[in-house]
Design a protein around this ligand. Structure first.
Ligand code: DSN
Length: 426
């Protein structure tokens, strides 16, 4: 068959876009070449509904090996008893946990989306807000930190079945002990969605949720630097409290309910080619080099936050513990939407983001979110953060000067030639 040059030419353009720009979207990263190579493999041809050793199709003995390897490596990374590597995404992982433990209409309590939370933590436009009854806690207006007093008060008032911690635009660590305490008091499960900081947690650079949260979900493509996908984890398996039994009358363990909630509950055939790439990424996470990488992520984030603060930018909560920061642009007289647009003129990619107590809509926003996981994978160090912040500041403070944006773009493109992306790809 003739090579589809139309599609491959477009893919090539995407490689060139990634190479020449500064990627600051906090949820993105650059996988290793071998992670990508593992993903483009013949396992995409295989149906494997079920789990290793107990599938609904023949011929699964080989894909069983990569899936089992991915499970074993993920368990080793976090020191846990249970891992499910089949969720196609973080949203699918969260959907499966909720399906396993909730009934439609049950109360759930999560961080408000407009305060840094995530769509799947109860947003009205998401399954989580449609199927379940969502309630929210927020962050303090003054300090930008999760308001644990509010979380506790809401938990006591609502008595939710599930408390969700984790966020997509929150730069601080979490008090899992405090959340678990109130959850036990009101009879709630706790789910930590660590999609953003998972890589830092994996290497012990942030607190671990595993001893305190019944369920932990993550994506695999953010700070974990794997292929796009999701996972569900539990530090300890436990007897399900719903009295559900199998056909032989044995009480099912929570791991059984969780596996069933992924397949057949919310997904069909697993993406075994992606699971092979997850296994490769998890192998990389187990190496000492991955610790060095995550340490650099944290150092770069701190250096970037300081450079922004020095220029008068207001970082929500005043700084960062992880790989990202959320900046309130109101004192700089530019909206998040405009900032995202003009930064793109200079090949700097970021996303507009609501800030806590925002007076603008989600389509406009007062904030912008920056993350350093991707530029750290490119090889940038603390000393490079000043260039990045200077370029951003020049564009934002001259938002209507397109000639200047073109000049900054040239400087950005030139700067990025030092950090070669996928040299093997020519
Ligand atoms: N879209 C992801 C993010 O940008 O944080 C969350 O799903």
């Amino acid at each position: 068959m003739q090579k589809d040059t139309v599609v491959f030419d477009i893919i090539r353009k995407e490689l060139e876009r990634q190479r020449r720009g500064i990627e600051l979207i906090a949820s993105e990263n650059f996988t290793s070449l071998q992670v990508m190579q593992a993903m483009g493999n013949v396992m995409t041809n295989k149906y494997a509904e079920g789990y290793p050793g107990r599938r609904y199709y023949g011929g699964c003995e080989i894909v069983d090996q990569t899936e089992q390897l991915a499970i074993d490596r993920l368990k080793a990374i976090f020191g846990i008893e249970y891992a499910n590597v089949q969720p196609h995404s973080g949203a699918q992982a969260n959907a499966a946990v909720m399906l396993a433990i909730l009934q439609p209409g049950d109360d759930i309590l999560g961080l408000d989306l407009s305060m840094g939370g995530h769509l799947t933590h109860g947003s009205a436009v998401n399954f989580s807000g449609k199927l379940y009854k969502p309630h929210f806690y927020g962050v303090g207006k003054e300090d930008g930190l999760v308001d644990y007093n509010m979380l506790e008060a809401k938990a006591r008032e609502i008595k939710p079945k599930l408390i969700i911690c984790g966020a997509s635009a929150y730069s601080r660590d979490w008090d899992y002990v405090r959340i678990r305490k109130v959850a036990d008091e009101v009879g709630a499960f706790v789910m930590a969605d660590i999609a953003h900081p998972a890589g830092l947690i994996a290497k012990g650079l942030l607190k671990s949720p595993f001893d305190h949260c019944h369920f932990v979900t993550s994506t695999t493509h953010k700070t974990l630097r794997g292929p796009r996908g999701g996972v569900i984890m539990m530090k300890k398996d436990f007897e399900n409290p719903f009295g559900l039994k199998d056909v032989k009358g044995n009480l099912r363990l929570m791991s059984n309910l969780m596996d069933m909630a992924v397949f057949p509950g919310t997904q069909g055939g697993p993406l075994e080619h992606v699971i092979a790439a997850k296994a490769v990424a998890f192998g990389e996470i187990l190496t000492p080099e991955f610790l060095t990488y995550q340490q650099q992520v944290q150092k770069n984030a701190q250096a970037m936050a300081k450079a922004f603060t020095d220029k008068g930018y207001q970082i929500i909560s005043g700084g960062t513990d992880n790989h990202l920061m959320l900046i309130d642009l109101r004192n700089k007289n530019i909206s998040g939407k405009k900032a995202e647009q003009v930064l793109e003129h200079a090949d700097i990619t970021a996303n507009k983001n609501m800030v806590p107590y925002d007076d603008k809509s989600a389509f406009v926003t007062s904030g912008v979110r920056f993350g350093v996981a991707a530029i750290t994978s490119r090889g940038m160090k603390e000393s490079d953060m000043q260039f990045v912040v200077n370029a951003i500041d020049t564009v934002l403070m001259n938002a209507d000067d397109e000639a200047l944006h073109r000049k900054v773009k040239q400087e950005v493109n030139e700067f990025m030639t030092q950090f070669v992306l996928y040299p093997e790809m020519g």
